[in-house]
Each structure stands twice: as structure tokens, then as C-alpha cells.
Design a protein around this ligand. Structure first.
Ligand code: ADP
Ligand code: MG
Length: 407
């Protein structure tokens, strides 16, 4: 697994990402091609790519029927693939150096291991009635695993894309994202929303993807910071919270309770106008804060879309910082290392900064003028090492394209 960990000076020299797109393509293209040849002794029918993603704004809104605004990363999963006529699947992971083999007929939910994210795609597509046969697959990815950048959706979506093309299925993009989600929910057994797979499948270069988690309506919102002298720096705090699952469950339960007490199907149905008076009805200080985060965060996503349509990066930055403050004080899902990152980035003149992802660690997004990245990266790194933490991996995230065929 390659994880760009260059210092901030290098980030600034190559502002589109820590590795150029060409290097990404050449490296992983060749890696999966070689691995496929090694596996089969033949050429693949094609090579596909599907990216990881990061959420620009809209945290813990998805399960409240609300809004999210992710964009796709240059980091992606690459898959060389070819059909087989004997109902068997062979998969080699370049990153793990492992090969597995399955018979299509023996696929069943609950299989463990990295390959279940791929085997499950065959299962989900066949369950949905699509005519999918066997395949040989070689996989490599530079989406870091477990950093909240959705390495799992990248590998699911790259395979859905490949099988859709190879078996000429003509499945619409949102439907493809749903199949990838069924894989993760029903086959792997991870209860996730649709955001990751929708972003990996539907995102477009230079755009963020607005997703209404209730209607599943999407909008491609222009988002090209580099064209306006800005960049998004991603700081991986390396903090991973072991209690995150339990905290997630209690937040979710609080939201359901608050919606019930307010007499609405979901917190998405509560307006920000007159919010404080309306929330008094909850009669519970914690529920008030939880609901206030969700309702104001939905409003911030909509305002962020407006800011992006107007290329107003200052306004976007302020919304990001307000989102972080809300996650910190009202939703209580931040922790010391993400708060430190945000604080130092803002002190260095960033336009905005916020934790992204489920919480209790993970990555921070910093929006800043390109010329300020170096100082921000240097100061954040110094703040980490001075406080006895490991230097955080940094990279610049350029909004990239969603899943598709390369060759
Ligand atoms: P993330 O936030 O990165 O999506 P998940 O726990 O949801 O974290 O998914 C990570 C899992 O996806 C890994 O443990 C592994 O099983 C699988 N995975 C991701 N990338 C790869 C890869 N390049 N090769 C093999 N398996 C991978
Ligand atoms: Mg995942």
C-alpha cells in the first residue's frame, strides 16, 4: 500500500497530488497488468479504475435522511479483468500478495476477508438478476485502508464497473452504486450508507457530488479549488478510535429519539428557522445539542453548494470551520488530534478546516490558498511532533473522476 507521506514542501511543489496523475496511472496500471498476466498467462480484456472519496461537508447527516457533499480522490483502486466461461473467480491482490479462488455457485454472505468485498459483488449482481459469469481479476489500490477514505467502496465499485462493461449489462450509475452498497451491507456485513459507493461511482473531475440521502437525488457541483488559487490539504491524524462503533450507535439512537419527540420522520425535516425554540420541546440538553448539529449541518451543506456555485472559497472555508465547531461542541465526535490540526491550520491562515468522516480521529480537511499550504503543513507537523505524536501523512486532494474503464 502506498500512502503519500511527503512533507508539505513536496506537497506544494506538486499541487495536484503528492504523486502526479501520470505516476499513479503508470504504477498501478502496470502493477495490475503484470499481476493479471502472472495469474492467467494471458492479456486482460481491460483495466478499470474507481476512486476513494472524502466528504467535504455533511457529517452524520446521512442516517438522518439529510445531505452530504463528497468528492472523489486521485487515489483509486485499479482492476485488470477478463471473463471466464467456467463459473469460477480468481482474484489476486497486488497489495496483499494473495490469490483466492471461488466457484460462483458457492458464494454466500458472511464470508470473511478482503476478497469478500469482491466476491460479494458477483453475489449482489446475481441476486439482483444480472447475468454475470466468472472472471479473472488483478487488483491494486493506493487508497489507504481504514483511513476513512473508503478503500472498501473503491474496490467494490471498480469491480461493479468492470462486470457491467464485460458482461454488457448497461446498469445505470446510481444502480451500480446501490449494488456495491448491497455487497458491503449484505455480503460483507458492514452497515454503511450509500455515500461512499455513490461518490466512487458518480463523481466527476473538478466537481463535488451533492447527494440527498432521502431521495437519492444527486447534483454535480463545480469544485475546482486549484483553478481559484486554493487547495484542499488532507491531514491524516493517524488517530483511530476503538469505541467509534458504540459512539456511532448512541448518536444514531439520539437522533431517532429527537425526531420522534419533534414529531418528524427524520431530523432532515426540521428547519433551521426558529430551531432553538423548537428544540426546547426535547427537554433534554444532550438531545438538543445532537439535533442542533444535524439540522445546522444540513443547512451548511446547502450553503456550501451555493458557495461552490459562486466559487466563493472564503464562504466555503467558514462553513467547514463552523461544521467542525458543531461536531466538537454539539455532536462531541472530535478528539484532541483533530482539534489540534484545525486550530493550527486556522492560526496559519487557512480559509477553513474540519474533521471529515465518522469521528474520534481520522482525517482533517484544510482549505487554504495554495501559497499557504507549505506553512500549514509545516506547522501542523511541528505541533504533532512537539506534542509527542507521529508526524501526520499529508496530501493534497484534487477532485477526481469516478469509476470507469481506462483501457
Ligand atoms: P475504509 O475506510 O478504508 O473503507 P473499511 O474497513 O471499510 O475501511 O475497508 C477496508 C477493507 O477493504 C480492508 O480491510 C480490506 O479487506 C479491503 N481492501 C481495501 N483495499 C484493499 C486492497 N487494495 N486489497 C485488498 N483488500 C482491500
Ligand atoms: Mg469502508
Amino acid at each position: 500500500m502506498r500512502w503519500p507521506t511527503e512533507p508539505a514542501t513536496a506537497v506544494c511543489r506538486r499541487p495536484s497530488s503528492t504523486l502526479t496523475d501520470k505516476e499513479f496511472l503508470v504504477n498501478l496500471d502496470l502493477a495490475v497488468l503484470d499481476a493479471y498476466r502472472g495469474l492467467t498467462g494471458t492479456e486482460p480484456e481491460g483495466i478499470w479504475r474507481a476512486p476513494g472519496r472524502i466528504n467535504l461537508i455533511g457529517e452524520h447527516t446521512d442516517y438522518n435522511d439529510g445531505f452530504v457533499l463528497p468528492f472523489a480522490l486521485p487515489q483509486a483502486a485499479y482492476l485488470a479483468a477478463g471473463r471466464r466461461g467456467d463459473g469460477r473467480i480468481r482474484i489476486v491482490s497486488v497489495d496483499l500478495g494473495e490469490t483466492v479462488e471461488y466457484a460462483l455457485a458457492e458464494l454466500s454472505p458472511g464470508n470473511a476477508g478482503w476478497h469478500s468485498y469482491l466476491a460479494g459483488v458477483f453475489w449482489a449482481m446475481r441476486e439482483a438478476g444480472h447475468t454475470v459469469g466468472g472472471a479473472d481479476l488483478a487488483l491494486a489500490s493506493d487508497v489507504p485502508i481504514g483511513a476513512g477514505l473508503s478503500s472498501s467502496a473503491a474496490i467494490e465499485c471498480v469491480l461493479v464497473s468492470a462486470l457491467n462493461d464485460l458482461y454488457d449489462l448497461g446498469i445505470e450509475p446510481m444502480q451500480r452504486a446501490k449494488l456495491a452498497r448491497v455487497t458491503e451491507n449484505a455480503y460483507v456485513g458492514a452497515p454503511t450508507g450509500l455515500m461512499d459507493q455513490a461518490a466512487s461511482t458518480l463523481c466527476e473531475e473538478g466537481r463535488a457530488l451533492f447527494l440527498d440521502c432521502r431521495s437519492l437525488e444527486v447534483e454535480q457541483v463545480p469544485f475546482d479549488p486549484a483553478a481559484h488559487g486554493y487547495a484542499v490539504l488532507v491531514v491524516d491524524t493517524l488517530t483511530r478510535h476503538s469505541h467509534a462503533d458504540g459512539e456511532y450507535a448512541t448518536r444514531r439512537a439520539d437522533c431517532e429519539r429527537a425526531a420522534e419527540l419533534l414529531g418528524v420522520p427524520a431530523l432532515r425535516d426540521v428547519s433551521v428557522e426558529g430551531l432553538d425554540e423548537r428544540l426546547e420541546a426535547l427537554g433534554d440538553e444532550r438531545l438538543v445539542r445532537r439535533a442542533r448539529h444535524v439540522v445546522t449541518e444540513d443547512a451548511r451543506v446547502l450553503e456550501a453548494c451555493t458557495a461552490l456555485r459562486e466559487d466563493d472559497f472564503r464562504a466555503l472555508g467558514e462553513l467547514m470551520t463552523a461544521s467542525h465547531a458543531s461536531m466538537r461542541a454539539d455532536y462531541e465526535i472530535t478528539e484532541a488530534s483533530v482539534d489540534l490540526t484545525v486550530e493550527v491550520a486556522l492560526a496559519q491562515g487557512a480559509a477553513g478546516a474540519r474533521m471529515t468522516g465518522g469521528g474520534f480521529g481520522g482525517c482533517v480537511l484544510v482549505l487554504a490558498e495554495t501559497g499557504q499550504l507549505d506553512a500549514i503543513g509545516t506547522e501542523v507537523t511541528a505541533a504533532f511532533t512537539d506534542s509527542g505524536r507521529k508526524a501526520p501523512p499529508l496530501f493534497v486532494a484534487r477532485p477526481a473522476a469516478g469509476a470507469g474503464r481506462l483501457t
